[in-house]
Design a protein around this ligand. Structure first.
Ligand SMILES: [Zn+2]
Length: 311
């Protein structure tokens, strides 16, 4: 009995020390962050659409995204490369940390044993930059905020909201600075994925196409708001990216191009982007956004797997 309780106490002490380190270590990243005064006024809207299969993108189902890609100055791809495990967890983690899953260690949707203290969301570097950039994260799929964003954003949702509420809340942020005046906004729509799981991920499935059309309409209205802000001198980048596609009613087959390739479009009225033949992947988003807003973290630059999508 004595032996066991001694062991127990010893184990408890070790555990406590480890968990302390883990909790504090995002703030122990040894980093030098510089801010480019020419770029720091810039703003970003990053729209995440869960479960967007690339071939649903066309003139009738997603007229806004179609027009954006055809007629505006963008980096766009329907072959944007997903992580080797095509679940949401690994992909949103790579989109937000700028590293692949071998580094962030999220291989499924449980978010157990993450390595985010070493590779935090790129919003961490914004919050550490002393730049006073205000950030927000509004998501339907809550693990994104719970695990990746809540600690590093000025405003974020922490209970369930549907896609319409994500849209409405984003609209209020952009038009009325309500509840805060935000510069960098990440949002995530989840219902296209849910529709795919219920009815099938396919341009042949009416329910899936109709849901894609609904989300396209949200994107269109948000883009119009950004255009209004641009017309009064604000310098915004507008990004749409998805985490994975789908086949049948699932997206587990990571060898299927309908699953492991998805949509990205990054729009800015003037700046030059890489050629659309460039094979973009999930890790490129963080680098592209930090580049655009002029936040230069030595640590992030040395550890990211992403490349900027600017020329
Ligand atoms: Zn997903």
């Amino acid at each position: 009995m004595y032996k066991y309780s001694k062991k127990f106490i010893f184990g408890f002490v070790i555990l406590f020390v480890i968990s302390c380190e883990k909790e504090n270590s995002p703030y122990q990243i040894n980093d030098t962050i510089t801010v480019d005064p020419q770029k720091i006024h810039r703003k970003a809207l990053i729209i995440g659409i869960d479960g967007f299969r690339s071939d649903v993108m066309n003139l009738t189902s997603t007229p806004f995204i179609n027009d954006l890609i055809q007629n505006k100055n963008t980096f766009s791809s329907l072959n944007h490369i997903c992580e080797g495990i095509t679940y949401s967890g690994p992909n949103w983690s790579s989109i937000l940390t700028g590293v692949h899953m071998n580094k962030h260690k999220i291989f499924n949707n449980s978010f157990d044993d993450d390595n985010f203290d070493q590779y935090p969301s790129f919003f961490y570097f914004i919050s550490e930059s002393q730049s006073n950039k205000k950030t927000a994260s509004l998501v339907n799929w809550l693990p994104i905020n719970d695990k990746l964003m809540n600690n590093f954003t000025d405003y974020s949702t922490s209970s369930y909201i549907n896609d319409f509420s994500v849209f409405e809340t984003t609209k209020n942020l952009i038009t009325d600075n309500n509840p805060i005046n935000t510069d960098i906004i990440f949002i995530q729509f989840d219902e296209l994925d849910g529709t795919g799981h219920s009815f099938g991920f396919s341009p042949e499935i009416e329910e899936y196409v109709n849901k894609a059309n609904e989300i396209d309409n949200y994107c269109s209205q948000l883009y119009n708001l950004i255009e209004e802000k641009r017309s009064v001198g604000e310098d915004w980048i507008f990004i749409i990216v998805s985490d994975h596609g789908g086949e049948g009613t699932s997206h587990g087959d990571a060898d299927n191009p309908n699953v492991n390739r998805t949509l990205i479009t990054v729009e800015h009225p003037i700046l030059e982007f890489k050629d659309s033949n460039f094979y973009s992947n999930q890790a490129d988003i963080g680098k592209t956004v930090l580049d655009f807003i002029g936040i230069n973290s030595e640590y992030f630059n040395n550890t990211t797997d992403g490349q900027t999508l600017f020329f």
